[in-house]
Ligand binder design. Structure first.
Ligand code: AMP
Ligand code: MN
Ligand code: MN
Ligand code: MN
Length: 277
């Protein structure tokens, strides 16, 4: 039987496992079809391309950062051509945005009395795509906060001083990149944004208008009833459904690779459009 996980992260962005460690865990968890979807980079897929036999069906993917109505939104691109000009452009542009955003967040946090954020977060990320989790990890190590989640609660999370969404490209732009790369665009964890249900529906309408094709109906750590609600929205807007844990690290036991609520039967699964080898 097939077991899909179409949303997870490696150390190429803010995940803890290397691409090969993630593949090993996926097989341990009996996943047959895995999409690695790092934030704004396909580096993991470039690394794994040279492996002869992974022992599972690896689907290319990316989780692109964008903004809609001044709110940061994540769009997953699945089954994309990682060598396409659109993906190369997206990576280059978003890499630049992430650098600029880090500088801006560091500046704002410096005004609050926290020094060394820029260099510290950069060192945490190394050559990988830098994000707020790297800032949070540095702040913990430097004794500025007790934990990563405290760093998000106080300084980095939605609506806090370090939540700088204004630099991201528009929702329409990232959907266009995914489509130009031959992929399927999916709204990641639609229930997790800081917005009312009616605003969420307006965001989904804009996404569909821009050429987006699917919603992530099932994600790890999702409130009860959310997948049924999202399945209804999929039916209304003729969108397909995707599933994925959004796994980042084995040290967050509340999100396990391959684990998410059951997909409602009436949904049209996004993998129907993927060619299986
Ligand atoms: P960024 O990609 O830099 O905007 O950072 C967003 C990432 O931070 C998400 O993909 C999560 O991995 C992580 N994150 C978001 N909120 C929290 C939180 N409250 N606690 C820990 N990690 C979080
Ligand atoms: Mn993340
Ligand atoms: Mn996300
Ligand atoms: Mn994610």
């Amino acid at each position: 039987m097939s077991h899909f996980d179409l949303h997870c992260h490696t150390s190429c962005s803010d995940g803890k496992l290397t691409p090969l460690e993630l593949i090993a865990l996926a097989k341990e968890n009996n996943i047959t079809d895995l999409a690695i979807t790092d934030h704004d980079t396909v580096a993991a897929h470039r690394i794994l391309k040279n492996e002869v036999d992974l022992g599972l069906n690896l689907i290319t993917g990316i989780e692109l950062s964008c903004q809609w109505s001044k709110i940061g939104i994540h769009i997953v691109g699945l089954n994309i051509d990682i060598d396409s000009p659109a993906i190369l452009t997206a990576e280059a542009q978003l890499n630049k945005v992430r650098q600029q955003r880090l500088e801006r967040i560091a500046y704002k946090l410096e005004k609050r009395g926290f020094d060394g954020i820029l260099a510290g977060a950069q060192a945490e990320a190394g050559d990988n795509q830098v994000g707020r989790p790297h800032i949070a990890r540095f702040m913990v190590k430097a004794g500025m906060v007790r934990s990563v989640s405290a760093a998000f609660d106080k300084y980095l999370g939605a609506g806090k001083v370090g939540d700088v969404s204004s630099l991201w490209p528009a929702l329409e732009q990232v959907v266009e990149w995914i489509n130009a790369a031959g992929g399927v665009a999916v709204v990641a964890h639609p229930g997790r944004y800081n917005m009312t249900r009616s605003k969420r529906i307006r965001m989904i309408e804009a996404f569909q208008q821009a050429g987006g094709q699917a919603l992530e109906v099932c994600t790890g750590n999702q409130p009860h009833g959310m997948s049924e609600d999202l399945a209804n929205i999929c039916e209304k807007y003729e969108l397909m459904a995707s599933v994925g844990s959004d796994f980042h690290s084995p040290s967050y036991p509340w999100v396990k690779l391959g684990r998410y609520p059951r997909l409602p039967k009436r949904c049209k699964p996004v993998w129907d459009v993927f060619a299986r080898p």
